[in-house]
Design a protein. Structure first.
Lengths: 68, 254, 354
């Protein structure tokens, strides 16, 4: 069981985490924009997250906090 | 639940101004993680360069000095000679370290100054809008090599780790990349070693980090990471180019 | 008890710097000031200080910048062409409000020039030792004793006003040997680091981080820092001008000169007085801040001025500004390393007197 917390306001929608996720359960939002005008990342299937932190490791902006 | 990953303490709350997908953010974090792990934030002084990371002084929570372009190793030398027990690091791009500051880089390495140098090699000058860097690849199109870098008139790219490995004094020279999770992990280890070396008084330690510049390469962040794998790493092989610890261990084993 | 020693001007600066707590010298060889580096190379290791022959004058000024950021009394020395190289670094020091000592023992120019003395960096040092709106304190010694005394003054004024300070000597001052009285008492190098809350020494997790920086991308912020700096300069100009007056009470001609030419001029003035010419001298000691007040006062009484310089006429312009072009200013100048003789200055004074 893993929990991810996202600082949506810091996300620039760069997509590096999306590529990094081995489970392919991250995606850039197609509906939301943050206050900077970036489409932030979303966790599509939270129950499948194993907390490997690959996403957090690739994130240049420390958007993701990982707990396990 | 235990925290497996969170933002390191020695990064401030300032929002990074870097482009989406720029790997400066990853390397800043790896440096901060090393400082946190060694518990030295209170006695660290960082030197910011001129380049995209000119405002690094706002992002690291330790004391910071803004250096003039290329001169960070000289500024670091002045700090380290003043306060030898402090941890002094420079963070420099390819223009700063390999062009205008090449003499200061080589001289500090030659003197074996006990400092840590983080070298961001993204084969381009980002801040000024995408001009050719000494590390730009042959054929690479930039604002000042609009027909592709031509070795006949613009020379060949420079390999810093290889160049510095010809010197006796440096303690640790390593080239890493941050274009994949596996590489980021290894980069973190190399950066930690470079800082640990300083704490243990081992001498000049430099980590060359092959990085991306999606904006000026004209690629998405994801494609930029692929470009690192396909084009940059073949020319800038990853690995350890000098490690006095390893050499000493080898000698001892004999 | 203070000791008296026969010393070369260059070496007097070095020894004086050490006695006022400087333990960090970064320099590069260039004639006619290399004795400072050589002296420091010998002395510093013996007292636990740093002597570092940098890879260039550019590297040296940047080492001073780093060292000064930590609150140390740091110094470098060079001569004219090397000072040109330091221009950016000096601008950074000023823009970051850092005290530091830069010594310029001037040689002939421009370009590679010559190795004989000059005073031809006057404009460069007083107007713009680098890009941007700023000043550095500029002190002009005329004796080996002043080379020593002004070293301490440069460090102290620099720290008081948070700006770089320069000892601007002509080549002869660096090379000549004269008796010097050096203070026996030594400043503790750790003492000089106190009272500098802005220094980057490491937070020790006890305070917010310090940033030594001159970059302000927001124009209103950059304007604010410039205005604040010039407020300090205004105070400096009001309170720290230094000059020497020689036989000015009844003078009809005022000679204005510094360094070796001031000494030649003193002899010329003595000779002219013997011949009945009422001539005196105002010798600026601070070139920035320039002693405008005594010159303006003299302009009310004298018939004319004579500047004697080792350049094509630089300090002359500051005299002109100080006296608001109210009286004629003649020049007796030599360049290239030539130094006017007493007879030449006598002739110039007598010509001006007519």
């Amino acid at each position: 069981m893993a929990k991810l917390t996202f600082r949506e306001d810091l996300c620039k929608g760069c997509g590096l985490c999306v590529t990094a996720c081995p489970k392919k359960i991250l995606a850039i939002s197609k509906t939301k924009l943050n206050h900077k005008g970036h489409a932030p990342v979303e966790l599509t299937k939270p129950e499948e997250c194993v907390g490997c932190a690959s996403c957090a490791l690739m994130c240049p902006d420390c958007v993701i906090k990982v707990e396990r | 639940m235990a925290i497996v990953f969170q933002k390191p303490k020695s990064l401030t709350d300032a929002v990074l101004h870097y482009c989406p997908g720029c790997t400066h953010g990853i390397v800043h974090r790896l440096v901060a993680e090393a400082i946190d792990k060694l518990g030295v934030e209170g006695r660290t002084i960082g030197i910011a360069p001129v380049g995209c990371s000119v405002m690094a002084y706002d992002y690291f929570a330790c004391d910071m000095i803004e250096a003039s372009h290329g001169r960070a190793p000289a500024v670091a030398t002045g700090v380290k000679r003043s306060l030898p027990d402090r941890v002094v690091f420079t963070y420099q791009g390819d223009g700063d370290l390999a062009s205008i500051g090449l003499c200061e880089t080589v001289s500090a390495a030659c003197r074996g100054e006990n400092i840590t140098v983080i070298f961001i090699n993204n084969a381009i000058y980002g801040m000024t809008g995408g001009q050719m860097a000494p590390t730009s690849l042959v054929g690479q199109v930039t604002q000042t090599s609009p027909y592709g870098r031509d070795p006949a008139t613009q020379g060949m790219p420079i390999r810093i780790c290889e160049l510095l490995s010809s010197l006796d004094a440096p303690a640790y020279l390593a080239r890493v990349a941050v274009n994949s999770v596996a590489n980021v992990r290894k980069a973190g280890q190399a950066i930690l070693k470079a800082f640990t070396n300083q704490v243990e008084g081992k001498g000049f330690s430099l980590v060359e980090v092959v990085s991306t510049c999606p904006t000026n390469w004209g690629l998405t962040p994801e494609k930029a990471c692929q470009w690192v794998a396909e084009k940059m790493i073949p020319f800038y092989p990853l690995g350890v180019y000098k490690d006095k610890d390893a050499e000493a261990a080898k000698e001892a084993a004999k | 008890m203070s000791e008296k020693a026969l010393m070369k001007g260059n070496e007097a600066i070095a020894e004086a710097a050490i006695r006022c707590g400087c333990r960090h010298y970064f320099g590069y060889p260039i004639t006619p000031q290399t004795e400072i580096a050589a002296y420091m190379a010998k002395r510093m290791p013996k007292i636990g200080g740093t002597f570092l022959q940098a890879e260039s004058e550019i590297a040296a000024i940047n080492m001073v910048y780093g060292c000064a950021s930590t609150g140390r009394r740091a110094m470098t020395s060079s001569s004219s062409p090397g000072i040109s190289l330091k221009a950016e670094g000096i601008s950074y020091l000023a823009g970051s409000d850092l005290p530091a000592l830069i010594v310029n023992v001037q040689r002939g120019g421009p370009g590679l020039g010559g190795i004989q003395p000059s005073q031809s960096d006057y404009f460069f040092m007083t107007r713009g030792p680098g890009h941007g709106d700023f000043h550095i304190i500029v002190l002009a010694p005329a004796t080996v004793q002043e080379m020593a005394d002004m070293t301490r003054l440069a460090f102290e004024l620099g720290e008081k006003y948070r700006m770089p300070a320069m000892l601007l000597a002509d080549g002869t001052m660096g090379q000549m040997m004269e008796p010097v009285v050096l203070p026996e008492e030594q400043t503790d190098p750790a003492e000089v680091m106190k009272g500098k809350p802005w220094a980057t020494t490491g937070t020790e997790m006890k305070r917010p981080h310090n940033i030594v920086n001159s970059l302000y991308l927001k124009p209103d912020e950059l304007e604010k820092t410039n205005l604040a700096r010039f407020e300090r300069y205004a105070k400096l100009e009001a309170e720290e001008c230094r000059w020497e007056e020689y036989l000015m009470d009844d003078a009809e001609i005022c000679v204005v000169s510094t360094g070796i030419t001031a000494r030649v001029s003193k002899n010329a003035i003595a000779e002219c007085r013997r011949r009945g010419v009422k001539v005196g001298m105002i010798r600026p000691i601070t070139l920035y801040p320039f002693p405008k007040a005594p010159l303006a006062k003299a302009a009310e009484r004298v018939k004319g001025f004579l500047t004697v310089e080792l350049n094509m006429g630089q300090m002359r312009e500051d005299v002109e500004l100080a006296i608001r072009c109210s009286k004629p200013i003649a020049m007796c100048n030599r360049v290239g390393g030539m130094i006017p003789s007493v007879d030449e200055v006598v002739a110039a004074i007598e010509k001006e007197a007519k």
